[in-house]
Design a protein around this ligand. Structure first.
Ligand SMILES: Nc1ncnc2c1ncn2[C@@H]1O[C@H](COP(=O)(O)OP(=O)(O)OP(=O)(O)O)[C@@H](O)[C@H]1O
Ligand SMILES: [Mg+2]
Length: 394
């Protein structure tokens, strides 16, 4: 016979792989305290009066006036009475009071934004969470939907996908038709103003279930399940952000079809750039087949390309940035997220630039990343406000 002969002693059987999987899972559970920061350890930041001033746009005397008036939360004074500390919930209360004009008009509904790119590791999840936190600090109420079976977003919220997440906590019952709308899966998180629909590895079964059902039922529209499934949530939130896996999977297509805006984080590397072109090509083929050819229509309020992990003195990167500008023209956001060791280091602790930073983490690079993300959040808030205005005019 012509089959490849493997040295029997060295051969790795499927049983070996199953055993290895069990071992790796056991180690993950053991070290979760150190590695994954369980719910109890994941803490929201607290804020000084100076930070409150920046977030509300008030000056010191205006803050003092409101404190004397006593109608807004007063924070906690330290033991000497010299410094005030505000909780995240308190700060958001102040922000909502002082940014009323910037918030969602009552009759408008949430904008839904998907973070997508079928390349892995391009900072989709980091971008999704940072955007959610940044928007919540500007007073908005955010729902995050984790559509990645890896559950990285879920992990960033301090939950271990394999043990803390049940099927009913995810989009799966909606996708299998057990539930008609997603509100069953929504849970609060450690971060005031952000709710979560979690994900775990079993979500992958949707990749078998959806095409099978589609071939049995020609009138079934697998791509619209999430779109309709979040209809009851749209009036309850300001922004819904969906994190997707590094694939144009059936679940990712659901996310994109449910969205008003798409953000594609894209590092300026040749391979990532080429891959992004394939993403849009495949996306266009798919939507032509699923929507246009059936007489349907789908429009997006915006599509943004976000330059991510940009290295300061990277000459090859400069060239790729020119290609990106030529390919995506005005869709490229006028901001670059720098590549920082700080982002890497803090994510070992599973945090972002808005999370409380570990003692002594590098000040300068964090500041640069923080400023870039802040600008990014501001740009997305602008587009969101335009979206709300158009809704009001319609
Ligand atoms: N600005 C940054 N500079 C350097 N590293 C970063 C930066 N932002 C995120 N990272 C790191 O890059 C890695 C990938 O980020 P992330 O998980 O957000 O990407 P992803 O696109 O969601 O990946 P996946 O495709 O697996 O879902 C992580 O280790 C993260 O900590
Ligand atoms: Mg991810």
């Amino acid at each position: 016979m012509d089959t490849l002969v493997i040295d029997a002693a060295a051969a790795i059987t499927l049983e070996d792989i199953a055993e290895q999987a069990e071992r790796a899972k056991a180690v993950v559970s053991q070290v979760r305290g150190r590695m994954l920061a369980p719910n109890a350890r994941k803490k929201p930041p607290t804020f000084s009066t100076a930070q409150l001033m920046v977030l509300t746009g008030l000056d010191k005397s205006q803050v003092d006036y409101r404190l004397r008036k006593g109608d807004l939360p007063g924070g906690t004074l330290n033991s000497t009475g010299s410094r005030r500390e505000f909780s995240l919930a308190e700060v958001r209360h102040w922000v909502r009071e002082h940014r009323r004009e910037e918030l969602r008009p009552e009759r408008a509904e949430a904008i839904t934004i998907t973070i997508g790119n079928f390349k892995g590791g391009v900072t989709k999840t980091t971008t999704a969470l940072t955007l959610a936190q940044g928007l919540s600090l500007r007073g908005h109420k955010v729902l995050m939907i984790d559509c990645d079976p890896q559950g990285s977003m879920t992990t960033l919220f301090g939950l271990l996908p394999d043990s803390d997440v049940e099927i009913e906590d995810t989009v799966l019952p909606l996708l299998t038709g057990k539930q008609a709308e997603l509100s069953y899966a929504v849970r609060p998180t450690y971060w005031d103003g952000i709710d979560l629909v979690a994900a775990a590895s079993f979500l992958f079964s949707a990749e078998f279930f959806l095409p099978a059902r589609q071939s049995r039922e020609p009138n079934f529209e697998f791509w619209n399940l999430l779109h309709y499934g979040i209809d009851t949530l749209r009036p309850q939130y300001d922004v819904i952000i969906i994190d997707t896996p590094p694939a144009l999977s059936y679940v990712t297509i659901n996310a994109l079809m449910a969205s008003d805006g798409i953000i594609m984080p894209l590092p300026p590397s040749a391979l990532d750039f080429a891959s992004s072109a394939q993403f849009w090509d495949l996306f266009s083929d798919l939507t032509t087949q699923l929507i246009t050819d059936r007489g349907g229509k789908k429009e997006f309020a915006f599509i943004d390309v976000l330059l991510a992990k940009v290295e300061a003195k990277d000459h090859a990167g400069m060239m790729v940035r020119e290609w990106i500008a030529a390919a995506y023209t005005d869709k490229v956001l006028p901001v670059e997220i720098p590549k920082t060791m700080a982002a890497n280091a803090s994510s070992a602790e599973f945090g972002t630039v808005y999370d409380p930073s570990p003692e002594g983490s590098g000040a300068r690079t964090v500041k640069r990343a923080y400023e870039a993300y802040d600008r990014f959040v501001e740009l997305i808030e602008d587009q969101t406000q335009t979206f709300w205005r158009r809704q009001m005019e319609a």
